[in-house]
Design a protein around this ligand. Structure first.
Ligand SMILES: [Zn+2]
Length: 128
């Protein structure tokens, strides 16, 4: 994800825009490319380039299998994405998981979802 950030024009637009976001870079072990994160909330929220947006939403949404608004808030607390609300709304609209609260997916470190994620993201999750 850090390497994708390096080529992402939206990140540079965010950084140069007059917004409340405060970007810093962090270096992760085994990664030569630093990860750009917003720190304006007191937490490190990585900027998510377009190719990783669905992966991130797909990672957050099953935690509670919540609706678009709650999924948007869950992602927003942890990451910076453009078109977040629209992407979460579309994702939730097309979610094929059953809506029963009994079907909530529980993540554990050994679950397969982590195997689909880029290495720097997995490291970041463990830092939270
Ligand atoms: Zn769902």
């Amino acid at each position: 994800m850090a390497r994708a950030q390096a080529d992402d024009e939206e990140l540079f637009t965010f950084q140069s825009a007059n917004s409340n976001l405060v970007f810093k870079t962090i270096s992760l072990a085994l990664q030569s490319t630093p990860l750009h994160c917003d720190v304006s909330t007191g937490n490190y929220r990585p900027f998510v380039p377009k190719p990783f947006r669905t992966t991130i939403i797909n990672m957050i949404h099953p935690l509670a299998h919540s609706g678009a608004k709650a999924t948007t808030n869950g992602v927003k607390q942890r990451f910076i994405l453009t078109s977040l609300r629209k992407d979460c709304t579309e994702f939730c609209k097309h979610c094929i998981l059953p809506k029963s609260p009994k079907s909530v997916v529980t993540l554990n470190p050994q679950s397969m979802i982590f195997h689909y994620l880029p290495q720097d993201l997995v490291i970041f999750i463990w830092m939270l």
